[in-house]
Design a protein around this ligand. Structure first.
Ligand code: SF4
Ligand code: MG
Length: 336
């Protein structure tokens, strides 16, 4: 069957007055299947939010294709389009911004339901109300939540409501941009578990965008790591933890503290993210990479397929038969 969402060579460019344009998304390809959670990670400013917005039609791509459920969306109309298919939904970091403060939650869910049903009001008011109650239960909220307003809920509960509203459209794909980052640790864990359950129960494809690799690798099936507008590695989340293949991924994992406070890997991420309007030549990561070689400064590494279904954009892995740690490859003098 066709992937739920397929993004091919997507490019998004921001034109800026008196300044160089920014290629915020510089040719990214991704695939998400139904029932799968794809984590998209990277530091802030790497283009992941822009990629997400372009995927759901809130940002115009300059080039590339978006294939939703086997059907090509937006033949590059050169402008952001309204969501042409409600089955492709987005949830934002701050659920407050997408909820109406003056309307009861139940009314907002019913509105989302009737919009998705194209106003056919199939079954009338009673059935809309029942369906809204069912949505609340699906995200772990009591039916009485329908009678309350957004400000009467905690951050985690509001994120549940935002997810319920996305579910009202009977989506195939939900793109969630930093859905956990404004929540405390216990709410994060609860929403993370909810996402896993919904993806399984409803056969939903979820794209989970986050700067927090620790959370993402915990709940995602597949992880795509983005750096300065490009993907540097795509990998199954289990493998990622065992063996980060790209030096940037290795540094991200190394920065996650272990329970005893020690770092996981003795690799620190040096320096700042460079200006995306003037990305470094060759491999964009080379000014921060502890393994950078001469060719890294001039030649851009392609996405190399290594192992099973894994891609890594790094010269260290050029010609490697199987994924290995960057340090091992560097010690073996690969690509030098
Ligand atoms: Fe580092 Fe070179 Fe690999 Fe880029 S291509 S990540 S600079 S070793
Ligand atoms: Mg962002």
């Amino acid at each position: 069957t066709a992937p739920a969402l397929e993004i091919v060579d997507l490019e998004v460019v921001y034109e800026r007055r008196d300044r160089d344009p920014v290629r915020a998304v510089a040719g990214v390809s991704l695939t998400v299947q139904r029932g799968q959670i794809l984590g998209l990670v990277g530091e802030s400013g790497c283009g992941k939010s822009t990629l997400a917005k372009a995927a759901v039609g809130l940002e115009k791509p300059r080039a590339g294709r978006i294939v939703f459920d086997g059907r090509e969306l937006s033949p590059l109309t050169r402008r952001a389009r309204p969501l042409e298919d409600t089955r492709l939904q987005m949830v934002f970091q701050n659920p407050f911004s997408s909820l109406n403060p003056r309307r009861k939650i139940g009314a907002q869910l019913q509105e989302a339901l009737s919009m998705a049903w194209k106003g056919s009001r199939a079954g009338g008011e009673g059935s809309l109300r029942d369906r809204a109650t069912a949505l609340l239960e699906q995200v772990g909220l009591p039916a009485s939540a329908a009678e309350r307003y957004a400000h009467q809920f905690s951050g985690g509960q509001r994120q549940r409501i935002a997810i319920a509203r996305a579910l009202a459209a009977d989506p195939t794909v939900i793109v969630l941009d930093e859905p956990l980052s404004s929540l405390d640790a216990s709410a994060q864990a609860q929403i993370a578990n909810l996402l896993v359950r919904l993806s399984r129960e409803l056969d939903l494809a979820l794209v989970l965008i986050s700067h927090d690799l620790a959370i993402v690798q915990h709940i995602a099936d597949e992880v795509a790591v983005m750096y300065l507008g490009k993907l540097v590695e795509t990998v199954g989340s289990g493998e990622l933890w065992e063996l980060p293949a790209h030096p940037y991924t290795e540094a991200l994992i190394g920065a996650i503290p272990k329970p005893d406070g020690e770092r996981n890997l003795p690799v620190a991420l040096a320096g700042e993210v460079p200006d995306p309007s003037a990305p470094p030549s060759g491999c964009r990561f080379h000014p921060r990479c502890p393994y950078a070689m001469d060719r890294c400064r001039t030649e851009e590494p392609p996405a190399l397929a290594i192992g099973s279904g894994r891609t890594v954009s790094c010269w260290l892995h050029d010609g490697a038969a199987e994924p290995r740690r960057p340090a091992e490859l560097a010690a073996a003098g690969r690509g030098a």
